[in-house]
Ligand binder design. Structure first.
Ligand code: ATP
Length: 270
């Protein structure tokens, strides 16, 4: 479990990116932080692994205040996947994936063998292992980024707009893969996006943010769709335009989203 307690971040230039933020992120589920550009999503995510330190307040992981932990050590046990994969261009795919375990002291041979297994996990052919990132497509690079994020077998995986730069078809594939991975591996995933459809698809818990990291609404997709907290949320999720799904139907214990014609458009995460 990750807990934000009254967290504020003010940057040296005076910008208050996040103010008085409270949130409990449950373990082994996906929590999505969603909101417009500049509302504080990345700042919130990076405070979890102390790439950014809060100005005040605290962040606890399984009850332990991260403020008292060494940032480098903390970062090595939290996976991080960013937009444009962040791969090291001059290192082969397999070495990109093995970087963190090697830094953690795992012998190189062992780390490389595990990296090959991780390529399988994220649906990449092992023949790509000896290629360089530039020799891969954008979608493949993102998969390598996910494999690298998983390499140290972290309980927590932070994902910052990881699929923002790939085309819609590849993006849909990567989204399904993320759901499959999260379910299979039972990681606590914290995912940042500005895309509400992506948020509803991936999130067990969705947090809709306004400027300053203020929470407009937090809940399951079904709860938010059924009862938007206010006009801001209604507008943000598109409920006011009638373009958003109108009903949620429970079928065999799963919440199925049904469009205005009664056609199922997807299943919500339970
Ligand atoms: N290092 C910094 N110094 C000063 N201000 C910053 C810094 N980093 C972020 N900010 C500001 O803090 C606010 C929140 O930024 P943040 O990157 O967390 O937003 P975001 O929701 O992730 O946005 P985006 O979707 O555009 O990435 C913005 O106003 C941004 O300009």
């Amino acid at each position: 479990m990750i807990e934000f307690r009254s967290v504020t971040k003010q940057f040296p230039d005076g910008t208050v990116a996040v103010e008085g933020f409270d949130l409990v992120i449950p373990p082994r589920k996906t929590t999505v932080l969603v909101g417009s550009s500049g509302c504080g999503k990345t700042t919130l995510l990076r405070m979890i692994n102390r790439m950014i330190d809060p100005t005040s307040g605290s962040i606890l992981i399984d009850g332990e205040d991260t403020g008292g932990l060494a940032p480098v050590k903390l970062r090595r046990r939290i996976g991080y996947v960013m937009q444009n994969s962040g791969l090291l261009p001059h290192r082969k795919v397999v070495d990109n994936v093995a970087t963190v375990p090697v830094l953690n002291g795992v012998p190189k041979k062992e780390a490389r063998a595990h990296a090959l297994e991780l390529l399988d996990t994220v649906g990449l052919d092992r023949s790509l292992a000896d290629k360089y990132p530039r020799q891969l497509s954008g979608g493949q690079q993102q998969r390598v980024g996910v494999a690298r994020g998983l390499a140290a077998d972290p309980n927590i995986l932070l994902m910052d707009e990881p699929f923002g730069a790939v085309d819609p078809i590849v993006r849909a594939e990567l989204q399904q893969e993320t759901i499959r991975l999260q379910e299979g591996l039972g990681k606590t995933v914290v995912f940042v996006t500005h895309d509400i459809d992506e948020a509803f698809l991936l999130g067990h818990q969705v947090v809709i943010l306004q400027k300053g990291g203020h929470i407009a609404q937090v809940g399951t997709p079904a709860e938010i769709l059924a009862r938007p907290a206010d006009d801001f949320v209604a507008t943000f999720i598109g409920a006011d335009k009638g373009k958003r799904v109108l009903r949620i139907q429970n079928v065999d214990g799963r919440d199925v989203v049904v469009d205005e014609n009664g056609t199922p458009t997807g299943v919500l995460q339970s």
